[in-house]
Design a binder for this molecule. Structure first.
Ligand code: 13P
Ligand code: ZN
Length: 270
C-alpha cells in the first residue's frame, strides 16, 4: 500500500523510532491495552508536497488556542490504539496532524484517518510550551510504568522531590541520566484540560519527567528514544527499591556525600 512516508526517509526514521519505542513499552508491561501515548513534532521533516496534501477529514478543535503551534506537524498515536500494534504498523495506529492557522484546530493528513490520542490537550500544550521556551525537545511520551505508578499510591512519595531523592540514591546512573528528577502531579481526570495545565506547570518548575498520581508518567526530550530512556532509568531505580524491600529491609541508598561526589564528577545540576 502507498504511504505518505514513501520517499521521505527522514520523516520515516522519526516514525520508525516511535514504533521501536512502542515495542519496548509493550515488552516492559507498561502498555496494557491502549495504555499510553506518544507525540513527536515532525515539522522540520515535512516537505512542500506533503504540506500541499489535502486533509482526510474536516478540521477538529484542539480545545484550546496554542499560538506557537501554527503550521506545526505532529505524529500522534491514535486514540484507543495499542502500542503493540503501533510497533508493527505505525501509520495504521497513528497519524500525522497539522495545526491550522487559527492555532485552535487540526487536520489529519496521513495514510488513514486515525484520530489522535485522547491526551492530545496535554501533549500539544506541552509542545507549545517547549517551542515558546526555545527548547530543542521534540518528543513527548505518556506511559504506565508499573513500579513508578505503584510508588504514587504511597502518600510519602507524593511530597515534592521525595521520590526523586529516593530514586536518585538507588543507583548513580539515575541522577546522571535523569538529572532534573521526577515532578508530581496530583490525581486528575485522564485527558482533562486540568491535567494538561498541571503537567505544564510542573514541567515549568524544571522537570523533564512528570508523574501523574495513580496513572502514569509524562516525559519530554529531544527525541522519543531519549524520552523513553529517562522513564526507563527512573523505573529501574524504583525496581531496585522494591527488590530491597522484598528482601525484607529498607534500602540504605547512596549517602549525601556519595550523591555530592557524583553530582560534581558528572557536572550535574544540584
Ligand atoms: P489513548 O488511547 O487515547 O491514547 O489513551 C491512553 C491513555 O493512556 C490515556 O491516559
Ligand atoms: Zn494513561
Amino acid at each position: 500500500m502507498h504511504s505518505i512516508l514513501d520517499n521521505r526517509p527522514e520523516l520515516k526514521a522519526q516514525i520508525d523510532a516511535v514504533a521501536e519505542v512502542a515495542g519496548y513499552l509493550w515488552m516492559k508491561g507498561w502498555a496494557e491495552r491502549n495504555g499510553g501515548n506518544i507525540t513527536v513534532n515532525v515539522t522540520e521533516w515535512v516537505d512542500d508536497a506533503l504540506r500541499a496534501m489535502p486533509a482526510l477529514e474536516e478540521a477538529r478543535p484542539i480545545g484550546t488556542v496554542l499560538p506557537k503551534l501554527k503550521g506545526c506537524w505532529f505524529y500522534c498515536k491514535g486514540t484507543g490504539r495499542r502500542m503493540r500494534d503501533l510497533a508493527r504498523d505505525p501509520m495504521a495506529n497513528g497519524s500525522l496532524i497539522r495545526i491550522l492557522d487559527d492555532c485552535a484546530s487540526y487536520e489529519i493528513v496521513a495514510d488513514r484517518p486515525v484520530l489522535p490520542t485522547s491526551e492530545l490537550p496535554s501533549h500539544l500544550n506541552v509542545h507549545d510550551y517547549l517551542i515558546g521556551k526555545g527548547l530543542p525537545y521534540k518528543a513527548s511520551l505518556h506511559t504506565h510504568p508499573i513500579e513508578l505508578v505503584a510508588l504514587t499510591h504511597g502518600r510519602k512519595w507524593l511530597q515534592k522531590d521525595a521520590a526523586t531523592r529516593m530514586l536518585w540514591s538507588m543507583i548513580p546512573e539515575t541522577k546522571a541520566f535523569c538529572p532534573r528528577g521526577l515532578g508530581m502531579v496530583p490525581y486528575m481526570l485522564p485527558s482533562s484540560v486540568e491535567l494538561a495545565d498541571a503537567t505544564l506547570k510542573t514541567l515549568d518548575e524544571g522537570y523533564d519527567v512528570v508523574m501523574w498520581e495513580k496513572h502514569g508518567v509524562f516525559a519530554v526530550d529531544t527525541d522519543i528514544m531519549n524520552a523513553f530512556d529517562q522513564v526507563d532509568v527512573l523505573n529501574k531505580a524504583a525496581q531496585i527499591y522494591i527488590a530491597a524491600k522484598n528482601m525484607g529491609f529498607e534500602p540504605e541508598g547512596m549517602s549525601a556525600e556519595q550523591m555530592q561526589e557524583m553530582t560534581a564528577a558528572f557536572g550535574l545540576p544540584k
